[in-house]
Design a protein around this ligand. Structure first.
Ligand code: SAJ
Length: 444
């Protein structure tokens, strides 16, 4: 139980409602973050109202159906049947909730600047339903200061005061789509409020559903925590990508180097090179931080260099394929190429920011005839062109001048591909990882 003696009355009442499971909570944005969160809170015994502008999502949930791979339909059906989970396209449904989490996208604009329009729309739509004793938690990844600079003024615009009448915190999402071992319930949850009462209220709400809460002193610490986590990945992936470029120039096998370095039981963490950085988190989140630092006249050089290295990898892969074909007396122009795996990472269907889109675009621009096979992605379109996954992988591999592994899905029979293909460029070490060592395979 939380020691609430020093907290304002509204905070004490709110925390008690969470602890006694009397609370009603809302989740704005029912995507790969919001829906698992809504289900976890409902499973913990709270009454949850999900709000999403996408009526098809709301209708699916009303039918007791899930549209997120990690959330079983049976679970949704049971929670909808018991009345613990409802959904609406209207923010009016939030008028009676005690706490609400905002889980909306934070993409980049075409200019590369942060796009906070989804957050602003959500908090402005919340304003009419804000009431004394209500908690708002922002989960969307954003630059430090967003919660205090953007949400706080919006919430206080009606005269209520954050910290005594209203409560406001940031809590970074740590959902890893497709992961079974770390879930919403068992992944430690960082919460940082505008005031200690805000932190305590957010901790109380999430303690209903999550095993481990990590309270921090401010919203900025919580915002920055997420950015450190994902910048850490982007920078280390860039490092290992540059190691691949250096090893190629030195004639050293980078994959063997990484395998050997990984035997170090401490002080080393394995990352692997690849054709670039995909997904909606890692390529984007660090740029929120570097953008914010520009406003205080600081250049986040590591982030900018990492982004430069990672975004150059598709071009590097295309150059290596061109060299490989040339080495066999073939031009890239006019060659038939088969890209194997286009999703942004193995065993998912998500195409967002996938480097495969850049690799295919660059190959097409150089006059190659490009097809692809991906068991998770039936079709794709990008910058005016579109393709569908070939129906027969082995037949296509046999017909191609070169097979290019961009994403190493585990379901592929790499031994069979090696038997059929005449030339293979493997940007993910997929064949060796599958125990296939074939002279036809050239690795990144
Ligand atoms: N990648 C590499 N080499 C690596 C690791 C990743 O090239 O060694 C590439 C992937 O192919 C992908 C991109 O980087 O294109 C991002 O991969 P990721 O493994 O970071 O996967 P994400 O984008 O799904 O990241 C999520 C993040 N989760 C959240 O932001 C809540 C991240 O914090 C997790 O650590 C990561 O999942 C994970 O561990 O899988």
């Amino acid at each position: 139980m939380t020691d609430t003696a020093s907290l304002p009355p509204a905070a004490r009442e709110l925390i008690q409602r969470f602890e006694t499971r009397q609370a009603r909570v809302g989740v704005i944005g029912l995507g790969y973050v919001g829906l698992p969160l809504a289900v976890a809170l409902a499973r913990a015994g709270l009454h949850v109202v999900g709000v999403d502008l996408d009526a098809s999502k709301v209708q699916s949930l009303a039918r007791g159906e899930s549209y997120i791979e990690d959330v079983p339909t049976a679970e949704v059906a049971s929670l909808v049947r018991s009345g613990h989970l409802t959904a609406s396209t209207s923010f009016d449904a939030l008028a009676s909730v005690d706490g609400v989490s905002i889980c909306v996208p934070t993409p980049l604009r075409k200019t590369g600047d942060p796009d906070l329009s989804f957050i602003l729309s959500a908090v402005q739509a919340l304003r009419p339903v804000l009431h004394r004793g209500m908690l708002v938690i922002l989960e969307s990844t954003t630059y430090p200061g967003t919660t205090r600079e953007m949400l706080l003024p919006e919430m206080e615009s009606g005269g209520l005061k954050v910290g005594t009448d209203l409560f406001l915190a940031f809590s970074p999402e740590r959902v890893d789509p497709g992961r079974k071992d770390w879930t919403t319930e068992n992944t430690p949850k960082v919460v940082g409020g505008i005031t200690p009462a805000c932190t305590a209220a957010a901790a109380a709400m999430y303690s209903t559903a999550m095993k481990s809460i990590v309270p921090v002193t401010t919203a900025e610490v919580a915002e920055m925590t997420k950015l450190l986590e994902n910048t850490f990945r982007a920078v280390n992936i860039a490092l290992v990508n540059e190691m691949a470029l250096m090893c190629e120039r030195l004639g050293v096998d980078v994959w063997e180097v990484i395998r050997a370095a990984s035997t170090k039981p401490f002080g080393f963490m394995k990352f692997t090179p690849g054709p670039g950085l995909g997904g909606h988190c890692i390529p984007i989140d660090p740029l929120y931080l570097s953008w914010k630092l520009k406003s205080v006249k600081y250049t986040a050089r590591m982030i900018e260099l990492a982004s430069e290295i990672n975004t150059n990898m598709p071009r590097y892969v295309v150059q290596r394929v061109q060299d490989l074909l040339n080495g066999h007396g073939k031009a890239l122009h006019g060659s038939s190429l088969l890209v194997l795996g286009v999703a942004y990472k193995p065993d998912v269907s998500d195409l967002r920011e996938s480097p495969a889109l850049d690799v295919i675009g660059l190959l097409r621009a150089k006059g190659a005839r490009v097809a692809y096979f991906d068991p998770y992605v039936a079709g794709l379109e990008h910058e005016g062109w579109e393709l569908t996954s070939v129906p027969d992988l082995l037949k296509a591999a046999h017909a191609a001048d070169c097979v290019i592994v961009v994403t190493n899905h585990s379901s592929i029979d790499y031994a069979a591909v090696a038997r059929e293909a005449s030339l293979i460029f493997d940007s993910r070490d997929a064949f060796a990882a599958a125990g296939v060592h074939d002279p036809k395979v050239t690795r990144l």
